[in-house]
Ligand binder design. Structure first.
Ligand SMILES: [Zn+2]
Ligand SMILES: [Zn+2]
Length: 641
């Protein structure tokens, strides 16, 4: 691992701010003669923590601090020493830590499987400037000594037991450890490096698919499945059928027999509805739901409770059964509560992301908050499945930067124990926006929802986009201020037109921000990052006919073609969640809006008509007049900016 990290690390070739600031008399200066004091017989986690501490200190200072169990009068950074704590002091919460300057030495002490490791990474971040911004952009300050202020006394307790997001960099182990990600399945960190809370089997939509599979049982036992419009269909299960309950109990116990890890602090098995609305409407299901608030989560909770009881009876005390509060099961039932070993994952798919979830002026979010509070009141292990990209127009700007922090705070303040921030999980073939920025912010927010959001964002922008970063910040702020449709709401399937409301003048201002950022960038990496992220802005303009894509501009077809070619050249193979490898690749590409790129096929009559129309436009005798008008309008839009 060290070798890989060393290749990735670029040292910031400036002296650290810590070393040029005058230090107070009692401040600690860690120099080459210091030791790392470890416990006798360290655990594998403590060994890993010490090794990473040594490696990054060496990268930053050149010091090779020895790991010793007795510092013999010398100074030390102590890992998990009892001396860290004051008399009568409580240890940190599970997987938490303290970092403390005391008696001229430094103490890092943690609890649980990852507290010590997380404490070391926090130390590296705070005092050596170690930052893992992306899986390949890893920085550490260069310094001649490590300054630790005398009053250093940091304590941390995790806000959530499970955190996960599925963008690209959060699949990298070093990125996840450094940025506090603790949950699978997109990353699987070994226990010796702090571990992850993992799902056994599929993490979602397991019922009818992997559990009580429709492929295995529908033909012989249609009664296991949903009754709708007079017949059984294989889209969902009939959750009140006792045979289904028994079958699922057995399948879950078999899964545990094969994959259970008795040493894990927590493992999860997901029993979650298929991704459709075809719930069972048989007499028994309807009657049970009617008796429990007339909501469809009632049969689901009753179902998973029975499986959870069987798991508990079999002695699996570190296993919980997970289910969804999603779409038709989003509302909490009455007269029935989830068992202690049941986890409910409430999904925010219907929400607005221009307004914070607790914004009382946004009706869809008010409805969600009611459900969140109802679940919180009956469930002691509530998780959230949240959404952070535009799934219908993934290449365009998704201006949710104004609500990301508040939303994670809302989860923390409502007894939520786990957060999954679903994003652009297909970013490896659809990366044109702010994927890395968004990933970094989400990870950091789940690690600490109350961090300095502006500083965290700006630090990232400096590292990732370079000298002209402030212009990109201004563009992001302008996107955020104008987010949403004409009523100001923003959803995850919105068209480009409904994502932001921008006048031509504002478009000109944002164009200038992007151009300035690019011109001020000093490295190829920064220019490449700006160019890629700006494609999302160009996509927005192309789809809404703004700026150089205005219908007055006769060169707009060339601009559309150039955008398409750039996206392809940058590895973008889809424009939405569902259109992978289905992007238009024919002569009509230049004549249609980007959101239609997956809707035309070479040879279709429609496509031929579109091409004919476009060619006529390009050869129109009116074009000189259009060009003149465009020049005039362009001049007007750009006045006084
Ligand atoms: Zn039924
Ligand atoms: Zn709203």
């Amino acid at each position: 691992m060290k070798k890989a990290i060393c290749i990735l690390i670029s040292l910031v070739m400036i002296m650290s701010a810590f070393t040029i600031m005058p230090s107070a008399a009692n401040d600690i200066s860690i120099t080459a003669d210091w030791n790392i004091l470890t416990v006798e017989n360290p655990t594998v986690q403590q060994e890993f923590a010490v090794t990473r501490l040594q490696e990054v200190i060496k990268d930053a200072t050149g010091f090779e601090l020895p790991a010793v169990t007795n510092a013999e009068g010398g100074n030390y950074i102590a890992i998990d020493s009892d001396l860290a704590f004051n008399a009568g002091e409580e240890p940190p919460a599970e997987n938490g830590y303290i970092i403390r300057a005391k008696d001229g030495n430094v103490y890092i002490s943690g609890t649980g499987i990852r507290g010590t490791i997380q404490g070391v990474y926090r130390f590296l971040s705070e005092f050596l400037g170690y930052r893992v911004y992306t899986k390949t952009l890893i920085l550490v300050d260069e310094m001649s000594s490590i300054l630790v202020p005398a009053d250093t006394d940091i304590s941390y307790a995790p806000f959530f037991e499970y955190t996960c997001t599925d963008w690209e960099s959060p699949r990298d182990i070093e990125y996840c450890i450094a940025n506090g990600i603790t949950g699978g399945p997109y990353v699987n960190i070994s226990d010796s490096m702090g571990g992850t809370v993992n799902y056994l089997g599929n993490m979602c939509h397991s019922l009818t698919e992997n559990i009580c599979s429709r492929y295995t049982y529908f033909e012989t036992h249609p009664e296991y499945f949903a009754y709708r419009n007079g017949k059984r269909i294989d889209k969902q299960l009939c959750l009140t059928n006792p045979d289904v309950v028994e079958l699922v109990k057995n399948e879950v116990l078999e899964l545990l027999d094969a994959e259970h890890n008795p040493d894990a602090s927590l493992q999860i098995i997901s029993l979650t509805q298929a991704d459709n609305q075809e719930y069972c409407t048989c007499e028994n299901c309807v009657a049970f739901e009617k008796a429990h608030g007339n909501v469809r989560s009632a049969t689901m909770i009753n179902f998973v409770n029975q499986v959870a009881d069987a798991v508990k009876e079999a002695g699996y005390n570190n296993v919980v059964i997970d289910t969804f509060a999603y779409q038709y099961t989003r509302k909490a039932p009455t007269g029935i509560v989830p068992r202690d070993n049941v986890c409910v994952r409430l999904c925010s798919i219907e929400c607005c992301f221009a307004h914070a979830l607790d914004d009382k002026k946004c009706a869809s979010n008010v409805a969600f908050m009611k459900d969140l509070v109802d679940w919180k009141n009956i469930c002691n292990r509530l998780y959230i499945w949240d959404y952070t990209t535009n799934y219908a127009n993934t290449c365009t700007v998704f201006p949710n930067f104004g609500v990301m922090q508040r939303n994670v705070q809302v989860f923390a303040e409502n007894n939520v124990k786990g957060v999954y921030e679903e994003g652009n999980y297909y970013m490896s073939f659809c990366d044109s926006e702010f994927g890395e920025l968004r990933s970094y912010l989400l990870c950091k927010l789940m690690q600490n929802p109350y961090l300095d959001y502006n500083k965290t964002m700006n630090d990232f922008l400096v590292a990732y986009y370079g000298k002209g970063w402030m212009n990109i910040r201004k563009a992001i702020d302008m996107y955020t201020d104008n987010a949403g449709d004409i009523l100001g709401h923003l959803r995850i399937y919105h068209s480009c037109k409904d994502s932001m409301q921008l006048t031509n003048r504002k478009v000109k201002i944002i164009d200038k921000y992007w151009a300035t950022a690019y011109n001020e960038a000093e490295t190829d990496m920064h220019r490449a990052n700006i160019y890629r992220s700006e494609m999302s802005w160009r996509y927005y303009k192309a789809d809404t006919g703004k700026g150089e894509f205005s219908s007055l501009n006769t060169a707009r077809f060339d601009e559309t073609q150039k955008l398409y070619d750039d996206l392809i050249a940058h590895g973008v193979a889809t424009i939405s969640e569902c259109s992978r490898n289905d992007m238009l690749d024919c002569a009509a590409v230049r004549y249609v809006k980007p959101h239609q790129w997956d809707g035309f096929e070479e040879g279709d009559a429609d496509t031929q008509a579109k091409i004919k129309w476009g060619q006529a436009q390009e050869n129109s005798p009116l074009n000189p007049i259009r060009d003149l008008l465009y020049k005039l309008m362009n001049w007007l839009w750009g006045l006084f900016i």
